[in-house]
Design a protein around this ligand. Structure first.
Ligand code: NAP
Length: 466
C-alpha cells in the first residue's frame, strides 16, 4: 500500500479546535500541490472561529473580517466541520486515531493565570477570560454576573486583553449598541455605574505589553478620559540604559503616546481610565460580606536579571486603591486535552516544531501535532498563528513523506461521520453554521448591529428547528 495523500487514498486529518490556527493549518494543507487531503475540524462549541468570535472585542469588528479567509477554507468540498463535539467527551483521542492519519490540536488557551495573592477569590474578583467570554456570548459563560453597580474597577495587567476589558468598561452604550456584543451584556453595561477604571502594570511604560494602536485608542474614547501619571512615566536608569543601547521605534512611539496622556483630565467625559506603571497588587481586601473593597498595591522598581531581562521587584512602599470590581488579566493558560500529553509548568502540549512529544521517552507521538497557543503559549496576534501553523504542517508533510504515519483502522470519511453522529446527535455541520450565521445577521440588521448572537446551545438548536 502506497502513502496516503492520493485521490484513491486521501490523507485524513482531524483538527481539534476551530480558531484561527485550526483554519490556517487546514489552509496550508489544502495549499499543497499533489496532495489529496480531507480535513475534519472539531469544536466543542457549535460555532466556529474560536477567539475571533469569542475573544476579539466586539468594538473591534474590523479584526473579525479575517473570518472571510476561514470561510473560504471551510467551503472546500474536502472540509467538514463537526461543531458541538468535544474531544475527551463525545470522542476520545483513540477514536480519532482509528479514523485519521494525523491529528492536530489547536485548542488555544482556554483559562487564565492566577496572581497567587490573598483575596483573589473574593466576590467581585474575576478573570479577564470570564468577562471577555461573557460579553462575547460564549455559551459556557452566559450565566455569570458582574456587579456593575460598583463605581471603581481595577484591571491587573496591561496586555491587550487588559486593554480590551478596560475599554469595554469605558465604552458608552451608544458605542456598544453598534457591535455584536451579547445582548445581555449590552443591557448590563448600559446600566453600569463604573466611573473609575485603573489598569495596573507591574513594570514600566517601556515594557508595557499592550501594542501602540491599542493604547492610542484608549486616548480617543468619547466617554472616558484616559490618563497616565507623570512620575510613573519617568524612565528608570535600567530602562534608559537598555533603550540607549538598542533604541527601538515602537517603544519610542509607545512612550510618546503615553506621554500625551500625562495628567489628562477631560471633565466633560463621564468616566476616567488611569494606566498605572511600576505597581503590583499584593492583596485584594474584602468587606465584611466577602466582597472586594480595595486593592493594596506595592510600588516596584526595575532590575536586570541574570539573563538580561528587565524584571520588577517591590520597594516596600504601599498604596491602597478603592475597588469594587477587579479583573485579573495576566495572561491566558492552556488546558489539557484528555489523552494528550501536557506540560503543566508551561501549560502547553510538549512538542518539537509542532510534533507532540511523548514525555515518557522524549520521542514524537506518530501522527499527533499541535499548533497555535497550545503549542507555543498565549502570545501573538491572530496573524502570528499562520506561520506557526505552517511550521506544524511542514512537520506533518515531512512525516508523511518519510512514511512515519500510522495507518488508521477505519480511514473512510463516512465511518468517521457515522461515529460522530452516533455519539453526538446534536452535531453542527458547516452548513448548519452558515444558516445560523445568516439568522444572526438577519436578527441584528433592524437594530443596526452586525449580528445578534445566539448565546445558548439550545437556542442555536431551536433556531435551526432541531
Ligand atoms: P500579555 O500580552 O502576555 O500580557 C499579560 C500582562 O499581564 C502583562 O502586562 C504582564 O506584565 C502582566 N502580568 C503577568 N503576570 C503578572 C503578575 N503576576 N502581576 C502583575 N502583572 C502580571 O497577555 P494578554 O493581554 O492576555 O494577551 C495575550 C495575547 O493576545 C497577546 O499577544 C496580545 O497582544 C494578544 N491580543 C491582541 C489583541 C489585539 O491585537 N487587539 C487583543 C487581545 C489580545 P509583564 O509584561 O511584566 O509580564
Amino acid at each position: 500500500m502506497g502513502r496516503p495523500g492520493t485521490e484513491n487514498r486521501p490523507l485524513r486529518v482531524a483538527i481539534v479546535g476551530s480558531g484561527p490556527t485550526g483554519f490556517y493549518a487546514a489552509q496550508h494543507l489544502f495549499d499543497q500541490p499533489d496532495l489529496t487531503v480531507q480535513v475534519d475540524m472539531f469544536d466543542r462549541l457549535p460555532t466556529p472561529y474560536g477567539l475571533v468570535r469569542l475573544g476579539v472585542a466586539p468594538d473591534h469588528q474590523k479584526i473579525k473580517s479575517v473570518i472571510r479567509v476561514y470561510h473560504k477554507t471551510a467551503s472546500r468540498p474536502e472540509f467538514r466541520f463537526f461543531g458541538n463535539v468535544e474531544i475527551g467527551r463525545h470522542l476520545t483521542v483513540d477514536d480519532l486515531k482509528r479514523h485519521y492519519h494525523q491529528i492536530v490540536y489547536c485548542t488555544g488557551a482556554q483559562t487564565d493565570r492566577r496572581l497567587g495573592i490573598p483575596g483573589e477569590d473574593l466576590a467581585g474578583s474575576h478573570t479577564a477570560t470570564e468577562f471577555v467570554a461573557w460579553y462575547n456570548g460564549h455559551p459556557d459563560f452566559t450565566g455569570l454576573t458582574f456587579d456593575l453597580s460598583q463605581e471603581t474597577a481595577v484591571v491587573v495587567g496591561i496586555g491587550n486583553v487588559a486593554v480590551d476589558v478596560a475599554r469595554i468598561l469605558c465604552r458608552t452604550p451608544e458605542e456598544l449598541e453598534r457591535t455584536d456584543i451579547a445582548d445581555y451584556a449590552l443591557e448590563a453595561l448600559r446600566n453600569s455605574r463604573v466611573r473609575q477604571v485603573a489598569m495596573l502594570g507591574r513594570r514600566g511604560p517601556a515594557q508595557a505589553a499592550f501594542t501602540n494602536a491599542e493604547v492610542k485608542e484608549l486616548g480617543e474614547m468619547p466617554g472616558a478620559a484616559c490618563a497616565t501619571l507623570p512620575d510613573e512615566l519617568e524612565l528608570d536608569p535600567v530602562t534608559r540604559q537598555a533603550l540607549g543601547e538598542t533604541p527601538d521605534k515602537l517603544t519610542t512611539r509607545k512612550l510618546e503616546i503615553l506621554g500625551s496622556l500625562v495628567g489628562r483630565s477631560e471633565p466633560d467625559k463621564p468616566r476616567r481610565l488611569e494606566i498605572r506603571f511600576l505597581v503590583s497588587p499584593v492583596e485584594i481586601e474584602g468587606d465584611d460580606r466577602g466582597r472586594v473593597r480595595a486593592v493594596r498595591i506595592e510600588r516596584n522598581e526595575l532590575f536586570l536579571d541574570d539573563r538580561g531581562n528587565v524584571k520588577s521587584r517591590g520597594t516596600g512602599r504601599f498604596e491602597t486603591l478603592p475597588a469594587g470590581l477587579l479583573f485579573r488579566s495576566v495572561g491566558y493558560r492552556g488546558v489539557p486535552v484528555a489523552g494528550v500529553p501536557f506540560r503543566d509548568d508551561w501549560a502547553v502540549i510538549p512538542n518539537e516544531a509542532g510534533r507532540v512529544i511523548d514525555p515518557a521517552d522524549g520521542h514524537p507521538l506518530p501522527g499527533q501535532y499541535a499548533a497555535g497557543w497550545i503549542k507555543r503559549g498565549p502570545q501573538g496576534v491572530i496573524g502570528t498563528n499562520k506561520p506557526d501553523a505552517l511550521e506544524t504542517v511542514r512537520a506533518m508533510l515531512e512525516d508523511l513523506a518519510q512514511g512515519r504515519l500510522p495507518e488508521p483502522a477505519s480511514p473512510a470519511a463516512d465511518a468517521a461521520e457515522r461515529l460522530v453522529r452516533e455519539r453526538q446527535p446534536d452535531v453542527f455541520s458547516y452548513e448548519d453554521w452558515n444558516r445560523l450565521d445568516a439568522l444572526e445577521i438577519e436578527r441584528g440588521a433592524p437594530l443596526g448591529r452586525p449580528r445578534l448572537k445566539y448565546t445558548e446551545v439550545r437556542e442555536m438548536l431551536a433556531a435551526l428547528e432541531r
